[in-house]
Write a protein that binds this ligand. Structure first.
Ligand code: SAH
Ligand code: SF4
Length: 381
């Protein structure tokens, strides 16, 4: 109880001495449909308005998805990537990380840990590879995780863009959720943060999300917040994009610079890390308000900036946490961005720390449940 008070004070208290909330802000918040301009205004909320935004989104979370948080045990399967996204520390063009692939035994060990500890689901994430060997390896892993857990573990994939036949093969082998962040829904900005070539095609990335939906996956997307050249207008557009695409889940968090990437040269033009974090919280809150029954992840990048970042995200609307189950020896080589947390904490330390943190946020854990998005269940015929 004491911890909950402390956390509430952390999130809401900095505004205690500021101006009272304006009447027009309350009117805006109560609207049932938000225009792009409304969302920009809401993303700019400060002081008492911001506090009100957060209490409103927290109430909506409670009403529509309850206070259960679902775990997805994350295995960062491989840092081998054929792409060259300008922001990412494991891009093909960076020769510094030692490239790895977690072994089958290690993945199954992580699955066993997830099962024994009541995590209802796993996420397999990886750099993007489309070769046959990789596709077969993932299929084999999916099959074995399903056998090992007697079908009990739900599986999300985050393996980037693949051929339709691959998405289908992995679905048939037991994956039932797939996450592809659009990174930014603004085409122009997209090509400022990616090479403009066939491998990094904005339309193909959007098409991938539609294909996954047709196949029957729970479909997730997301963006980075505080990218170079990004504005609140772009982010308001991202929120509308998620709604238009009718996604089932979203994982989004602050962009964090990495010195061995091309975007690093713009580091002095970025919003401060605190602002990036703050806007990320507002994005989570607003997304919960406009897409009430989807799953929203409290992402690791939020924790990278603020030690209590994930708990704060849970408070204002998130309901999913992805504890890292990647064997510790690989973690130093999966540095998508700087200051990634929990590099040396193994799965059991991670679990203890997380449980305490979730209770701190006033939530409880949905042990042994898949915790699929309620939105997915509703949109299915
Ligand atoms: N290769 C797959 C999945 C792994 S990357 C894919 O790209 O879809 C997972 C996510 O890490 C990316 O979608 C991106 O949003 C995030 N990421 C990469 N570099 C980042 C950075 N510098 N700061 C914050 N997030 C980053
Ligand atoms: Fe590869 Fe994904 Fe990083 Fe892009 S974001 S370089 S696809 S791992």
């Amino acid at each position: 109880m004491v911890w909950i008070d402390v956390l509430n004070r952390c999130i809401f208290a900095s505004e205690r001495h500021t101006e009272p909330m304006s009447e027009s802000f309350e009117t805006l918040l109560q609207k049932t449909d938000f225009s792009h301009a409304d969302l920009v205004t809401l993303l700019s909320a400060e002081g008492a308005d911001k506090t009100r935004l957060f209490t409103h989104s927290a109430a909506i979370k409670k009403l529509y998805v309850g206070n259960k948080v679902y775990f997805r045990g994350l295995v960062e399967l491989s840092n081998i990537c054929s792409k060259n996204c300008f922001y990412c520390g494991i891009r093909a063009g960076n020769s510094k990380p030692e490239r790895y692939m977690v072994t089958e035994d290690e993945v199954l060990e992580a699955a066993r840990f997830a099962l024994e500890n009541g995590y209802g689901s796993m996420v397999l994430q990886s750099g993007e590879r489309c070769d046959e060997r990789f596709v077969d390896t993932v299929s084999g892993l999916l099959h074995k995780i399903k056998v090992l857990s007697d079908g009990k573990l739900g599986i999300t994939l985050s393996m980037g863009e693949q051929k339709e036949s691959t998405y289908r093969e992995w679905f048939a082998n037991g994956a039932h959720r797939y996450l592809i962040r659009i990174e930014t829904s603004d085409r122009e900005l997209y090509y400022r943060i990616h090479p403009h070539d066939k491998k990094h095609d904005f339309d193909i990335r959007i098409q991938a999300l539609n294909t996954l939906r047709e196949i029957g996956y729970n479909v997730g997307s997301g963006v980075m917040i505080g990218l170079p050249f990004q504005t609140l207008e772009h982010l308001a557009g991202d929120l509308l994009f998620f709604r238009q695409l009718d996604v089932d889940m979203v994982g989004m968090g602050p962009y964090i610079e990495h010195e061995d990437t091309p975007l690093f040269e713009f580091k002095d033009q970025l919003w401060s890390r605190k602002t990036r974090f703050d806007v990320s919280l507002k994005m989570v809150a607003l997304l919960r308000i406009i897409m009430k029954d989807i799953n929203i992840a409290a992402t690791t990048a939020m924790q990278a900036i603020d030690k209590q970042g994930r708990e704060k995200a849970l408070k204002v609307g998130a309901n999913i946490i992805m504890p890292n189950l990647t064997p510790v020896k690989y973690r130093e080589d999966y540095l998508l961005y700087e200051d990634k947390p929990c590099l040396d904490e193994d799965a059991s330390e991670c679990r203890n720390c997380l449980e305490a943190r979730i209770h701190m946020a006033g939530d409880e854990i949905g042990f042994n449940e898949w915790g699929d998005s309620k939105h997915f269940a509703r949109r299915k015929p």
